[in-house]
Design a protein around this ligand. Structure first.
Ligand SMILES: [Zn+2]
Length: 278
């Protein structure tokens, strides 16, 4: 007889900091409930802001210094979220769509999907997650590394077949939230442009009635905030941090998902990732 295996949640993310923004709440909540949490971060974040706020493209931007800084930030964030296992795939951050870095040697975007998918499948065989979370086919907002994280997750799930997780989710945001979100971001000084030419050629998020899973993580807002605060070197995160803990909880405390695989029969809409598993 072996002891019952704890439930396991695996989150597949593109960059150091994505674990906090999109899933910081569910990761902290799961850990508090005794769930084993595995964070897979696919890239090293080398195209992010460097020490002292140096931007990519600036001659003073040193990718190796950025990688080192962000690895430390990720470790501290993971510790705050009580992540059980942190796995780094270590691919090169591809930068935004159209940047030269898309095609750089070792960039995640140009890594064959089957190759990275095989490495992720190996991690899935090792950890045997009950629940896997990543982005939708547009990487939520179109970043190549987020799209690739989606693709390798789908590929890994294909490779492990019937031994795969009982439930699979893509992160999403209900459309009803976008207007409020944009308003708050502009108020905080973010360059949140909603003009036509700034919009990607797909619609971000989902109509509210297509969002299957709404998890109230407000009790874990402090952990989510503190985790994100470790990534304050990245300019985009500063706007979220300006919210403060309470407003962040209001605006980002209900984490939302679309369930794309389920073998438990749990009814939707649901309010827990682990409905049907315990
Ligand atoms: Zn990212």
């Amino acid at each position: 007889m072996t002891a019952a295996r704890p439930l396991t949640l695996m989150a597949v993310h593109a960059h150091p900091d994505d674990e906090a923004t999109g899933t910081g709440g569910v990761l902290a909540k799961a850990a508090a409930e005794g769930v084993r949490t595995v964070l897979v971060t696919c890239t090293d974040g080398r195209c992010g802001d460097g020490p002292g706020g140096v931007k990519p493209g600036d001659p003073a931007h040193d990718p190796q210094a950025v990688v080192q800084m962000r690895a430390g930030e990720l470790e501290r964030s993971a510790a705050i979220l009580d992540i059980t296992d942190l796995e780094l795939l270590g691919y090169g951050d591809s930068g935004m769509m159209g940047w030269d870095t898309n095609d750089a040697p070792g960039a995640f975007w140009t890594t064959p999907v089957e190759e990275a998918g095989a490495r992720l499948a190996e991690l899935m065989r090792h950890y045997r997650p009950d629940v896997v979370v990543t982005y939708d086919e547009n990487g939520f907002y179109g970043h190549p590394d987020h799209i690739q994280a989606h693709r390798i997750t789908v590929n890994a799930l294909d490779q492990i077949g019937d031994d795969g997780p009982a439930k699979v989710y893509w992160t999403t945001i209900p459309r009803s939230q976008f207007e409020e979100f944009g308003r708050v971001m502009r108020e905080l000084g973010a360059d949140w442009d909603e003009s036509e030419d700034e919009q990607p050629d797909f619609e971000m998020g989902l109509p509210d009635d297509e969002v299957t899973t709404w998890v109230d993580t407000r009790a874990y807002a402090q952990q989510k905030y503190d985790a994100l605060a470790q990534h304050a070197s990245q300019n985009d995160n500063i706007f979220f941090l300006r919210l403060g803990v309470e407003r962040m909880a209001e605006l980002m405390g209900i984490e939302t998902f679309v369930r794309v695989r389920d073998s438990t029969g749990a009814a939707v809409p649901e309010h827990e990732l682990f409905d049907g598993l315990r």
